[in-house]
Design a protein around this ligand. Sequence first.
Ligand SMILES: [Zn+2]
Length: 221
Amino acid sequence: MENRYPAKGTDWLKALLFPPKCLGCPERVPPDRLFCRECAKGFPREPGRRLIRLGNGLDVPVLTPMDYEGGYRESMLLYKFRGCKIMGPRMGMLMAGLVDGLPGLDWTVTYVPLSPEGLKRRGYDQSRLLALQVGRQRGYEVKRLLEKVKKTKTQHDLGFEERLTNLLGAYRASKEAAGRNILLIDDIVTSGSTLKECASALFSEGARSVCCLCAAGRAYK
Ligand SMILES: [Zn+2]
């Protein structure tokens, strides 16, 4: 994972009005950098990797550019809960860099969708914005292939037993998933149960393969 990316002429112009912020601290950065010099110490950085077991012999890999901690966690909180929509494309840029670590397949990008109520509350679907940027950077088609069909509680507030059943059947995949290699995008991966549900739904509609890319990874406690 790199800190530098090719900025266009318009990015430099836009930066005059809205100087971009480092993804790890409040420092301003040039538009072709995602992190300031201090936060980028130790870059290029190995992405986080884990596997989600679907229980039918299939494992789904999950890649994350950063851990959900420190200043990067603060940026994620701004993005997710305080309306800082502008962080999305920059985090998506960071995620797009991880595609090099995946098999060179013809990927279709999709994302874990918000419920209609969630979308109304936030005003934007944070994972969709990440997905749009990954697709734009890598030249992949972005398609909405999942739908949230059941009301769920926040996993965080639940006990172990409830967590297992809360998300069951919560997502439904479109028939258009059939035969596709799917890059499934989400904001934060913790236990992986949401991704597991979504990946299972995509496979049940005939997806050929599924890999997950998340903006941040958090250890499951
Ligand atoms: Zn910084």
